[in-house]
Design a binder for this molecule. Structure first.
Ligand code: AMP
Length: 112
């Protein structure tokens, strides 16, 4: 795995890990955009959501259910937002698929 998230999975660089299971890892964003800002990443390498194949269906569902579990664990299950930036023009800066879990402040629509 070539990105810094791969290094976090391999414990080569530190992270504030809040959840881990056999398929995914979740840790606090280093530059939080909300009082709760967690990144949920698959352990399997996938650069971006658009690269997902039919065979990844269960993994992608797993990330959603992990988000639910983490939201409950952190006490924000009543109001949270999930964001996946796909591609640099959409704001993606780390090319290892990740789901942003944001909570703890009001969120506006449409998003910026
Ligand atoms: P994105 O812009 O959607 O690719 O999101 C990448 C996120 O990774 C940003 O919100 C960054 O703040 C976050 N980030 C970058 N480096 C680290 C790190 N070492 N530990 C935790 N989060 C990071």
């Amino acid at each position: 795995m070539s990105t810094l998230f791969g290094k976090i999975i391999r414990r080569e660089i530190p992270a504030d890990i809040v959840y881990e299971d056999e398929l995914c890892l979740a840790f606090r964003d280093i530059n939080p955009q909300a009082p709760t800002h967690v990144l949920i990443i698959p352990k399997q390498e996938m650069a971006k959501l658009a690269d997902a194949k039919a065979a990844d269906q269960a993994l992608l569902g797993h990330l959603m259910l992990a988000a639910n579990q983490i939201a409950r664990q952190l006490g924000v299950e009543n109001a949270f937002r999930l964001v996946v930036n796909n591609g640099a023009e959409a704001g993606q800066s780390v090319f290892h698929l990740h789901v942003h879990l944001l909570a703890g402040r009001p969120f506006h629509w449409p998003p910026g």
